[in-house]
Design a protein around this ligand. Sequence first.
Ligand SMILES: NC(=O)c1ccc[n+]([C@@H]2O[C@H](COP(=O)([O-])OP(=O)(O)OC[C@H]3O[C@@H](n4cnc5c(N)ncnc54)[C@H](O)[C@@H]3O)[C@@H](O)[C@H]2O)c1
Length: 344
Amino acid sequence: MRFLITGGAGFVGSHLTDALLQRGDEVTVLDIASDLKVRQHAGNRKFRYVSGSVLDRRVVESLVSWCDVIYHMAAVVGVEHYVSDPYQVLNVNVNGTQNILAAAEKERKKVVFTSTSEVYGKNSSVPFAEDADRVLGSTEVDRWSYSTSKAVGEHFCFGFAKRGLPVVVTRYFNVYGPRLDRVNAGRVMAIFFGQLLRGAPLTVIGDGRQTRCFTYIEDAIRATIAAGLVKEAVGQVINIGSDEEVTIHDLARRMIRLSGQRASIVFVPEVEAYGRGYEDIRRRVPDITKMREILGVAPRVALDDGLKRTIDWFSREGTTAEWLAAMDEPQTEIEFPPRNGPRA
Ligand SMILES: NC(=O)c1ccc[n+]([C@@H]2O[C@H](COP(=O)([O-])OP(=O)(O)OC[C@H]3O[C@@H](n4cnc5c(N)ncnc54)[C@H](O)[C@@H]3O)[C@@H](O)[C@H]2O)c1
């Protein structure tokens, strides 16, 4: 089959690319980022990287006409963006999604839209079933721009579905693994890992009692592929996650233990880390009944195991000069473990 993956040069998209090519499918990636995370496929006749934006309707239409199924993953992702540039979050996540759906409708192609656990907002009644309420804060709080943008994307999906378009909505819960982000940037694990490498204390934002269910990339990809293939998934919204709940404080402790480092943990007030435009979500736990029953996928990789594999990748590849240079980091190779040991 032929798959178009928008945002395919990102973390999840690059792993999906690996898995689909491994199955023997043809894959085109459309992304504005460097091809670093999919460069391993250069030269593969079944793989194509197109540098361009989902906001470019002409490019989108031509690629949609080529494929059988679209995985629409392109999005502006990450807390630093929600609070620093909510306009781009809304622009790409809403208008880009609309472009994809309009082109898919014209060409009668199936779309898998990747949404997020963030749509549940601060609903405190966990676990979240897919029909749970969305509980959000004020529009004056920028952190809700991402949740809102993805929810609007979902509404567009269901709007197009009513007109006959086959769509599936997947909501990811904190997916992690190799190639997550560059060290020191992006999501919590990459930041903790950068701190471990530098021998610096791990900075837990808030009181550390907020919880997440981290989903290892391999489990997320098995579910994502099923979402694109299983007929019963069409018209559904499906949580993709794990039900192993952990506090961020415990995550920091596990990462210290599994990396074999000695490091301390410091707590940083939310307002100091993200300014006033931020509110954290206390607990985030998915109900994964639909993932098990419709997609036939259950999480297999326990957190400690996934963390070990991720730490191993960061130590071997994620900190090489090539990787850091390509990700706009200074070209110094970081040693792991640090030669002088941790400072803390
Ligand atoms: N990783 C997670 O835990 C998680 C959780 C919830 C939802 N999601 C969703 O899954 C998808 C993939 O997330 P990820 O973790 O791989 O993030 P990522 O940032 O690594 O990937 C997103 C990709 O989209 C690309 N992109 C941004 N704007 C674009 C544009 N205008 N045109 C084309 N490409 C563009 C980026 O360059 C990036 O490569 C996103 O839609 C995200 O909202 C991820």
